[in-house]
Design a protein around this ligand. Structure first.
Ligand code: ADP
Ligand code: MG
Length: 438
């Protein structure tokens, strides 16, 4: 199967070629044709399998082929859970849209809104955004959703997890009922399906890999080591192996800062990325890490989803996450796009239960090793995960069906009136010129 056979236009093909992609990934093969046909989809595939191009390519093609010669209303919206992911998806959108006359932009919180407002006013076809800032901008009338044709939720599971359901539904209430909806997620939980029911209409489910599986080429290993010696052990691992690009996950922001300081003291260049850092610091840390001007990025789970750091060879779990799904997401940062990777976890006596839960989820035992000189002596009993595997989802209310009421004919001209004009009767998009089929 080639990209061309999927029905993509030459302008899109050219951009794809420039990115060096030779053939579509499995999820792209499955998702692109129905998206081009205007269908709603619910897609799940492991991290690093090219979901971004899976939705961006067909949407760009649709936008460019149905573009109004004069006006540039906002017609496609990509919502992402984190600022970093928004920035990254936007970078991809820009690259993929190099040869089509489509303008894109990104907006997220933590930075000055003024330039964002100016950009939106100047006309944007496709916008990538985090929900909170986008609602603010909408409140300020800097953006209108009246002509939204395609809504894309990227990393939908993470958005649920972060409690964005309310915001998402609010945003949707300002959009025409008749539109195409695409939902992408790495994992496919019950809650995701529930959210999907509220938003998608007769969706096609597209799944490219077994649920919750980790990238095949990633080797997992566990080092049993005392809690108090983890820092020392981490430094040894990095130095002995001469690793120069490692992503390390800690459970807390404080822990991330502390470890970063210790690494720097040991002459290993490092930066921390977490929710207490300013947006400027977060962006800079990620950029430096990608460019390899620092060796180590220490992150909390905020960085675990969706970030694409090409060919990241090593991920270290300084602590195991207490939600086993997070393990899958964390190690999704290695072994990207088919490359080999190594996921290492440092496990002390308190974490053995977490390890068991992860092994259960992966259906795989993690090979445990004890290193000479670091023989564990900890006797602290295991901490049970405060929440069971689905806990962080389960607790949240997913009021996700505010836009799924049926009945009523769709109004051709939707206004800013909440979800009064909803319909499930029509499929496909509104507000755009007739669309070619492929
Ligand atoms: P996901 O959203 O599924 O986690 P991404 O969209 O971030 O994955 O893509 C992961 C990496 O794979 C990116 O570096 C991207 O450029 C690359 N990629 C995407 N599609 C292809 C392809 N068809 N061939 C080769 N590399 C690809
Ligand atoms: Mg992604």
């Amino acid at each position: 199967m080639t990209f061309k056979e999927l029905g993509l236009s030459s302008a899109i093909l050219k951009a794809v070629e420039e990115k060096g992609y030779t053939k579509p990934s499995p999820i792209q093969e499955k998702a692109i044709p129905p998206i081009l046909e205007g269908k709603d989809i619910l897609a799940s595939a492991q991290t690093g399998t090219g979901k971004t191009a899976g939705f961006t390519l067909p949407v760009l093609q649709y936008l460019s082929e149905t573009k109004h010669p004069k006006y540039r209303p906002l017609r496609a919206l990509v919502l992402t859970p984190t600022r970093e992911l928004a920035a990254q998806v936007y970078d991809n959108v820009r690259e993929y849209s190099k040869y089509v006359n489509i303008k894109s932009a990104v907006v997220f919180g933590g930075v000055n809104a003024k330039p964002q407002i100016a950009t939106l006013r100047s006309g944007v076809d496709i916008l990538v955004a985090t929900p909170g800032r986008l609602l603010d901008l909408h409140d300020q009338k800097a953006v209108s959703f009246k002509r939204i044709d395609v809504l894309i939720l990227d990393e939908a599971d993470r958005m649920l997890d972060m409690g964005f359901v309310r915001e998402i539904n609010k945003l949707i209430s300002f959009m025409p009922a008749k539109r195409q909806n695409l939902m992408f997620s790495a994992t496919f939980s019950k809650d995701i399906k529930k959210l999907a029911e509220g938003i998608l209409r007769n969706p096609i489910s597209v799944e490219a890999t077994p649920q919750n599986s980790t990238a095949k080429k990633v080797t997992h290993s566990v080092f049993k080591v005392d809690k108090s010696r983890k820092t020392e052990f981490t430094i040894k691992l990095i130095k002995d192996n001469n690793w120069n690009q490692v992503l390390i996950f800690t459970r807390t922001k404080h822990g991330a800062n502390r470890l970063t300081q210790k690494l720097i003291k040991s002459k290993i260049s490092a930066a921390a990325i977490h929710g207490n850092k300013s947006q400027g610091a977060r962006t800079k840390a990620l950029k430096n890490f990608k460019e390899n001007s620092i060796k180590i990025l220490v992150a909390t789970d905020i960085a675990a989803r969706g970030l694409d750091i090409p060919l990241l060879p090593h991920v270290i779990n300084y602590e195991l996450p207490n939600v086993p799904e997070d393990y899958v997401h964390r190690i999704g940062r290695t072994g990207r796009a088919g490359a080999a990777g190594e996921a290492i976890s440092l496990v002390c006596s308190e974490e053995v239960e977490y390890q068991k839960e992860i092994e259960k989820l992966l259906n795989e035992k993690l090979k445990s090793t004890i290193v000479e000189g670091f023989e564990p002596t900890d006797t602290a009993p295991p901490k049970r995960a405060a929440t069971q595997s689905k806990g962080s989802f389960g607790k949240k209310k997913n009021a996700s069906n505010s836009n799924s009421s049926q009945g009523k004919k769709p109004k051709r001209k939707p206004h800013f009136k909440g979800n009064k004009s909803n319909s499930t009767s029509g499929r496909g998009r509104t507000g755009a010129p007739k669309k070619k089929r492929f």
